[in-house]
Ligand binder design. Structure first.
Ligand code: SF4
Length: 90
């Protein structure tokens, strides 16, 4: 049976936390988006992840829409996969 995404309340909380960080970066004049190469690296992690929802669009861990989430610097993989991949490439 496919993994269910978290309830809407939790999804909204996750979204609000990410938005808060995005606005903070924007207010500080920092870039809010990541380079295309890094977007691709993040999507590669999601493509092989057990938490990728069957529709291939969302993450069952955080409930986020991945095509949007992966583009923001402030966004984080809830199990740290993006960070691990990035560190391996250093
Ligand atoms: S954000 Fe993380 S947990 Fe979610 S699908 Fe991508 S790699 Fe998996």
């Amino acid at each position: 049976m496919a993994e269910e995404p978290p309830p809407y309340t939790e999804r909204l909380k996750n979204l609000a936390e990410t938005c808060k960080e995005v606005f903070k970066q924007h207010r500080l004049g920092q870039g809010i988006l990541i380079p295309r190469e890094e977007v691709i690296q993040r999507l590669e992690c999601c493509d092989v992840c057990l938490h990728l929802m069957p529709n291939k669009k969302g993450c069952a861990k955080c409930g986020c829409l991945l095509s949007v989430k992966v583009r923001f610097k402030a966004a984080k993989c809830p199990i740290g996969e993006w960070k691990k991949k990035k560190e391996k490439q250093k």
